[in-house]
Structures are given as C-alpha cells and as structure tokens.
Design a protein around this ligand. Sequence first.
Ligand code: LR7
Ligand code: MN
Length: 569
Amino acid sequence: VIGRYIKLDNETESINVELNQVDDNHIFSTMNTDDEDQSQLLSNTMTASLSNTVIVRQPHQDTHSNQYISNSLGEKGQPVIFDPNYLNPEERQKYLNQWNSNNFNGYLSDMISLHRTLPDVRDEECKHLNYSKDLPETSVIICFTDESWSALLRTVHSVLDRSPPRYLREIILIDDFSTKDFLKQSLDDYVATLPKVKVFHAPRRLGLILARIWGAKIASAPVLFFLDSHCECAQGWLEPALELIKRDDTTVAQPVIDVINASTLGYTAFQANNIQLGGFNWELIFDWHPIPEREHRRRNYQNHLPVKSPTMAGGLFAISKRYFNYLGAYDEGFDVWGAENLELSFKIWMCGGTLYTMPCSHVGHIFRTFPPYKIKPYDYFKRNNVRLAEVWLDEYKNYYYNSINFHLPEFGDVTSRKKLRENLHCKSFDWYLNNIFPELFVPNRDGIAYGQIESRAVPLCIHANTGATPTRAQMCVKYDKSQYWILSYYGQMRNGNNCLRYSLESRALTLIACLTENVNQHWEYTKQSQIRHTHSGTCLQLLEAGLLMMEKCKRVKTQQWKMARGAPP
Ligand code: LR7
Ligand code: MN
C-alpha cells in the first residue's frame, strides 16, 4: 500500500482509497465504486499526477462478509476491470502484444500474483467429506506451447499451493517446442527453485496429443492428472479424484471446469446443482449438456456426488497410469489438437471403465475463442475425427461423414487402433449411445418426419437461417442442408444441431441450439399437415414473400406443409 487518499481536481473533496503498487508501472486502487463519473475523475487525476502509471479498478466487494477481502489485484479470483486507455503508448503496445500472442489478457495476468487466492467455491456438502488417509500419489502433467509466463506458472503454483504434499509426487511440464525465449532457460531456472517440478523440452513440435503421451511415459506416480497450461486449481481439487481412482482404477475423473474470464481473469464457479456434462454432436464437436434427470435420480438428488459423464472436455482429468496404458493412451496418429478427448471418452465407457465429473473438485480454465499458437496448414481436426470415426463409431460413422459431405481426407492407417479395440473386447458404439448417452439425437432412431418442409400453397421451403434473423421460406432447393429438417420423437424440429424455436413473449420464430425439454422448441406435424407449436397451440403460416408467422390453427392452404413421415433413411 503506497497511499491512502487522493485529492480530486476540484480540490474540495478527497476520496479515501488505498493505492497499491504492483510494480514501477502499475498502481491500482481497491476503491469500491459503481459511480462511473467518480472513478473516471479519479483515474484522470491519478494518471496526470503519477506519470507512467495505469489505474485498474477492482470494484467488487465480497458480498458475504461485506468487507474488503483483498487489497491486491485479482485476489480471491475477483475480476479486474482494466482500461487500456490509461496505459502509456509503450505499455499499451505490450498489452496488445499479449492479447495477440495468448488470446487472453496476458498483460493483466502478468500483474496478478502467481499465488493469488481463490475463494473456496465448493458446495457446503463437499467441505465435510472424509477422504481415505492413504490416497495414491499423482503426477500432474501440463503440456504447453508458447503459453503466457504468468498463466503457466500460476497453474503450477496453484497445484503446489493447494495439493496435500504427500499426494503430489511431481509436476511434469512438457514444452511443446515453444518459440518464446523466456520458456527456455528462464523457465528452467525458475523451475529449478521449485520443489517437484520438472520441465522437458520437446525436440520438435509434437502437438498436444503426442506431448501428453510423452508426459505420461515420464510420469512415475500411479495416478496421472492432466491440466491445460492456463488453469488454477481451487481448494480441495485433488482429493476427490484420488479417492475415486483408489476405489476403482478404471474410474476416470474430471473436475468441474470453472471459467476464468479471458479479459478480467475473474474466476466464476459452477455450483453443484448447475454443472454441465460433456457430450458431442454428429460433427464430432464436443458440447455441454445439463445433468439429465436419470442421473439426478441415480444419485438420489444428492448434488455433490460424482456424475456419470458421456464425454470429457479433454484437458483436465485424472486417470490411473495403468488404465491409461491399458486403454492404449491416445491414437498416435492424431495430430496437433482435437478428437483425443472423444476417443478417450468412448474407450473408457465401451471398454469397461467409468467417466465421472466430480462436483466437489474445481479447477478454473481460461476460456478463449480460438487458440493463438501456430497451426499446421491442413484440417487436422477433421483428419483426427475421421480416424476416430473409423475405429470407434461403427455404422454411426456415417452421420459424421454426412456432416462433411462424405469428403474424407487421407487419414492414414488405423489397423493397430482397430486391433486394440478388438483385443480389449470393447462394446459397440450402439451400446454406448443407448446406455451412456441416450439423450443424443440419433436421426434414424429418433426421427418421425424428415426432409424438406414445402408449402402446399406455393413451391417454397422453410429455410434455416441461424442467428437472430427470423426463419423464412425460400425457393426449394434439393439437397440443400439448410432445407433439410428432422422432426424428432421428442418434438424438436431440427436442422443439424439447431432447432426451430418460437417464443410467445418475443413472437419470433428463430433457430437456435437444440435443448431437450424446452417448451419453446416443441412441435407436432398434424394429420392436417400443419406444423403446430405445442406450447402456444399456434400453427406455422406462410405469408407473402416467404415470411412466416405463428397463427391460430385453421384449415387454410398456407398452414399446410409437405414433409415425409417416418424415420429418415
Ligand atoms: O500443439 C499443441 N501443443 C500443446 O502443448 C497445441 C496445444 N498444446 C497445449 C496448449 O498450450 C494447452 O495447454 O495443449 C493445451 C490445450 O490447448 P488449448 O488450451 O489451446 O485448447 P482448448 O482449451 O480449447 O482445448 C480443449 O480441447 C483440446 C482438444 O484437443 C484439448 O483436449 C484441451 O485440453 C481441451 N481443454 C479443456 O478441456 C479445458 C476446458 C475447455 C473446454 C471445453
Ligand atoms: Mn485450454
């Protein structure tokens, strides 16, 4: 703390704030104000009086105790509202460079303590659980390429600071051929001062998947815990996984992945009654789903108990080293990034294991819109996915191939992976879908009407426009994906993974991501060929120029639509 109050320009009043120095260039205040004018004035005054400084405001108070908890930046995982306009040109350039090289606010990250505190975000029930006294040891494996210095080391310190030492054998850092200089000698030097941490520099770019396989080979503890290189482990993150794996080493456990905001670095936790489970769609893209009712029931509505998850996000999970190797680690033909998370998820379930999400274990992850590192000039994600589909999806692979128009890239040899599946006597993908992920939409199982929806009044077809634009009818075009619909058994009118939605409040007919059990997305195709919205009891009607409206149901041609009944072929 370098000061306590500041006089404002108008000289008549002074505000009592704490001024804290971060380093030579940065001072921030913990003044709690929602008054924009006041804070603006304060910032101006300070920038004028203290040259070469930036003011960042940390406006949040801890609402529970109603007092300031922290007096330094980002502590308790609080968001920092950061205004780059107060930076001098040189600092501002650094700030922009950090965004460019990380796709998150690396400049702010560098100002926050590597040991910053986080609140104990666990549900009350979690805090009173008793764990075995002799849990297995773990090797934490963190692969990175050109990661931000502070984000990487905050990940490392959060592991060191919040793991019971007797359960942490080592932290293995795999540097996947980074180009940034500070990730070489300086990192080695820094890490040499830390207990249990080792860095290994790859001699060439391995890609995330081979880097992980390498890390797993080096690891000496019976449990592997993988993390991304921009995470923060919260209080009690480790024990729940070790407990599950100790009981049964074919159990794979993932923490709740909390959100660290890419610009404010604020930490937001998911409460146990609100966590999301991993799924995927037929483009083989990972997605999130709410916990289905069947899982609530199985757990007797006890939110803190582990939840069976159909898939994993991929970056953050614990697995026994023995079981990881038994399952054949990852397909070494996967390049750079992607598909490995679904491969491991399918293998776990189909080959006799269990995949849980643990509501009592929390790890934050900086979510960003796209990765910043150099990528190869071909679609490795697609190639990885084709390998995945060939080996694990059986006849269901055609749904994926359909989504890429059956344009299969060269995907190499998958014989050894098929052999692996055979040797392990794994169950079928059909079994997986029916038993582990029954919520997934399977076109030929769950469709009751399909194809184009053509008006009986004029030759126009309902056309899918995503986003806020209302859905309209256009000239019918055969084989156009935007005109291919499936009415599901559950009443969804689907175009790919998007569903037709009508809300009485907004009176808008739009297309958004499908959600099961959402009344606004529930439709019927009636005997009179109407498309009826169940909740509002209205029918889809064609107006002039392809405009669509929901109207009172009546026998008019403009409310009649041709659609093929039965499941799609
Ligand atoms: O070539 C590479 N070499 C690497 O070492 C590419 C990446 N990496 C490192 C990278 O520095 C990072 O630490 O691998 C890690 C993952 O890459 P990210 O953070 O750029 O990707 P992501 O968070 O979007 O990736 C999610 O999906 C990936 C698919 O391959 C991996 O499984 C990631 O681990 C996974 N991240 C998570 O599950 C965290 C939650 C995000 C979600 C959903
Ligand atoms: Mn990540």
